[in-house]
Design a protein around this ligand. Structure first.
Ligand code: PAF
Length: 277
């Protein structure tokens, strides 16, 4: 496995590659969810490149950036085991040198949900992902389904700007009790970790209601909200039943829909989602 720390280094390595390149962009502190992306990229491409870069422009609060968990040695070990070929670990100076002033703004899809709660987040994501795509020039790029809105935003950007890369969404990997894998889970105390299952329980309830014929989206939101409010450590940011393609809130579940939520568990904000067919 080769490690590139500069754009010049990765460009030199990329020049010698033939065939498809699978790319997994990450912010590090890898867990089984990331490794599922690497495994799928490994199965579908002769070369796999992973990036590790904690992107300051998508993190809203300075405390979040300072407290973002990092363990590069462990990440590299996990990527070696998962048989990544190249890991790109750029610095801030490399990704946004002095004078950097170009931003990508995906409109519409970024107004609601994570976009509403975290102003500027998707501008940071879209800009860094576009930059990484230009540097790595992947054939396919792999993203976790837990960040469903991110996947839609990146697909929109790729289509709108005619970027020659296939976006692959990989289903969310969950702990045994349903909690979606996330780098943030390490911040939960044992008591909070137990409470955090409320996200999966609320999503499962939404799916059960829909499967049993409930099409009133307001009623599904109400039942999910009620369940979460029964958990004393949980504080709701949003509960959404939206059109799966546009993320516009629905009043009737009469088309493919996405149940999604963001919930604070103590001081940790968790997100999750589940498609409702
Ligand atoms: O999903 C993430 O980890 C980040 O948003 C990404 C895609 C690596 C961009 O920084």
């Amino acid at each position: 496995m080769q490690i590139a720390r500069t754009i010049a280094e990765i460009t030199a390595l990329r020049k010698h590659l033939t065939g498809n390149v699978g790319f997994v962009p990450t912010m590090g502190y890898l867990h089984q969810g990331h490794l599922a992306l690497v495994r799928q990229a490994r199965a579908e491409n002769p070369t796999v490149i992973v990036s590790i870069y904690v992107n300051p422009s998508q993190v809203n609060r300075k405390e979040d950036l300072a407290g973002y968990p990092r363990d590069l040695d462990r990440d590299l070990e996990l990527l070696r085991e998962a048989q990544a070929d190249i890991v790109f670990v750029p610095s801030d100076a490399e990704m946004s040198p002095p004078g950097f002033s170009t931003w990508i703004e995906v409109e519409g899809l970024t107004r609601q949900l994570e976009g509403a709660s975290r102003p500027g987040h998707f501008r940071g994501v879209a800009t860094i992902v576009a930059g990484l795509f230009n540097i790595v020039r992947p054939s396919r790029a792999y993203f976790g389904g837990k960040d469903a809105q991110q996947v839609l935003v990146i697909r929109r950007m790729v289509d709108d700007l005619s970027m020659d890369v296939e976006i692959v969404a990989v289903p969310t990997v969950r702990e045994g009790d349903g909690l979606a894998m996330s780098s943030r889970n390490v911040r939960l105390s044992p008591e909070e970790r137990r409470a955090a299952t409320v996200l999966f329980r609320a999503l499962t309830l939404a799916r059960e209601l829909r499967d049993n014929g409930q099409t009133d989206a307001g009623e599904v939101r109400r039942r999910m909200t009620q369940l979460i409010e029964e958990e004393p450590l949980a504080q709701i940011d949003y509960v959404s039943i939206a059109d799966a393609a546009t993320l516009e809130e629905l009043s009737a579940i009469d088309r493919p829909a996405l149940a999604s939520l963001a919930v604070w568990i103590g001081g940790t904000r968790l997100i999750d989602n589940m498609p409702l067919q």
